[in-house]
Ligand binder design. Structure first.
Ligand code: C2E
Ligand code: CA
Ligand code: CA
Length: 307
């Protein structure tokens, strides 16, 4: 990964030049390495934003400023809410909501993700314990885990399991959503931690399925419970069968491998109908419900009578 800056166009001062070359190199790394980038002003402002978010995140961790939203996941055969996905929300000290897509990469870059992940799991356990106490014992909750926050040892995974136990939630009520890249052959170090979660009864889902580059052989090597079809596939569905072939294939493959399928990003009645006709097990998306705070999730559950 190479970063290039031009003298005297970009800046004259030696330390500035070095900093610019460094920002350009960071950009090359972001683009997937093995490439070169020329410095530009946009990189400068991106790098300033990253450092600002980093500082604000440090405070957010200390002050425990994160909260969770929950998006219902519906059984497409019955119309009932059976699961939900926990999605983190953060308002910085200037009162702006910063989307997870923006701050999680920064948290990962600076090594903050494992401590944020611990806080997230505790928030989820607290919220779900409350929901369970209102009589919704069957609801399972999916928690996202990025590669950077995933522990390499069984011991660290045990901390997660103990947290879940402390809130009297059965391990079987928790799904850990990971991405395909975690199961890539070069990531064997995660296998024992994943197996430990599985053996304890927790479920594993593959998030954004179909968007990674890894080979499919990992699906056989590792007992995955759920495939989540990425929203990009769902958005391309139509009444023309050809447009639905990929989704149909993923559903058929999951059935063969004895896995369940969740379709993500359902935004229209048509997508909902097509997916349920195709035998997709579960669905999630704005058409049914947006992510919502825990008190609204409770209301949603109370009003949800199914088809
Ligand atoms: P994701 O795991 O794929 O989460 C689904 C994202 O799609 C959520 O965005 C959700 O609000 C959005 N979404 C749901 N239904 C629809 C729909 O019908 N249409 C459209 N256009 N979007 C829909 P969100 O909450 O902004 O999260 C973005 C990403 O940030 C997540 O993608 C996940 O990768 C990451 N993330 C969120 N919360 C956490 C967390 O607690 N831990 C970790 N590690 N990552 C998280
Ligand atoms: Ca997810
Ligand atoms: Ca997803």
């Amino acid at each position: 990964s190479i970063g290039i800056t031009l003298y005297p166009d970009d800046n004259g001062a030696p330390d500035e030049l070095l900093a610019h070359a460094d920002q350009a190199m960071y950009n090359s790394k972001q683009q997937g390495r093995d490439s070169f980038s020329f410095f530009n002003q946009e990189m400068q402002s991106q790098s300033e934003t990253r450092l600002l978010i980093k500082e604000q995140l440090r405070l957010a961790i200390n002050h425990r400023e994160f909260v969770m939203n929950y998006q219902p996941i519906i059984d497409l055969h019955t119309g009932r809410v059976v699961k939900c996905e926990a999605l983190v929300r953060w308002k910085n000290n200037e009162g702006e909501w910063i989307p997870p897509d923006q701050f999680i990469p920064v948290a990962e870059e600076f090594g903050y993700m494992s401590v944020i992940g611990e806080q997230i799991l505790e928030l989820v356990c607290r919220d779900i314990q409350h929901v369970r106490l209102q009589g919704f014992n069957d609801l399972t909750v999916a928690v996202n885990r990025s590669v950077q926050e995933f522990p390499r040892s069984e011991a660290a995974v045990s901390d997660w399991l103990h947290m879940i136990e402390r809130y009297n939630i059965p391990h079987t009520s928790i799904i850990f959503e990971i991405t395909e890249s975690l199961l890539a052959p070069e990531n064997k170090i995660y296998l024992s931690a994943l197996e430990h979660l599985k053996n304890a009864g927790a479920n594993i889902a593959i998030d954004d399925f179909g968007t990674g580059y890894s080979s499919l052989s990992y699906l056989q090597r590792f007992p995955v419970d759920i495939l989540k079809i990425d929203r990009s596939f769902v958005s391309r569905m139509s009444d023309t069968p050809k447009d639905n072939m990929l989704v149909a294939t993923i559903i058929a493959m999951a059935k063969t491998l004895d896995m369940k399928v969740v379709a993500e990003g359902i935004e229209t009645e048509q997508q909902y109908r097509l997916l349920s006709e195709m035998g997709c097990d579960f669905g999630q998306g704005y058409y049914m419900a947006r992510p919502m705070p825990p008190e609204l999730l409770l209301e949603f559950l109370q009003n949800n009578k199914g088809n």
